[in-house]
Design a binder for this molecule. Structure first.
Ligand code: SF4
Length: 65
């Protein structure tokens, strides 16, 4: 599984950062959340999926499983 954040859609509410800080971090310079890892480790897949589902901007995309 890979995840990405669309800068145009990120609203900066940091919900993903709070749900899964090991994967999502807010970039103060870019004013968007970024994904910290290339490949999502198994133990974080459920939280990353939840983050994408709950993202208010629909900014998080997931590829693979
Ligand atoms: S939950 Fe979505 S809108 Fe909120 S900071 Fe994360 S990527 Fe951006």
């Amino acid at each position: 599984m890979k995840a990405s954040v669309d800068k145009e859609l990120c609203m900066g509410d940091r919900n993903c950062n709070m749900l899964c800080p090991e994967i999502f971090k807010y970039d103060e310079d870019e004013l968007m959340s970024i994904v910290l890892v290339e490949e999502i480790p198994d133990k974080y897949k459920d939280l990353v999926t939840q983050s994408a589902e709950e993202c208010p901007g629909g900014a998080i995309s997931i590829e693979g499983d």
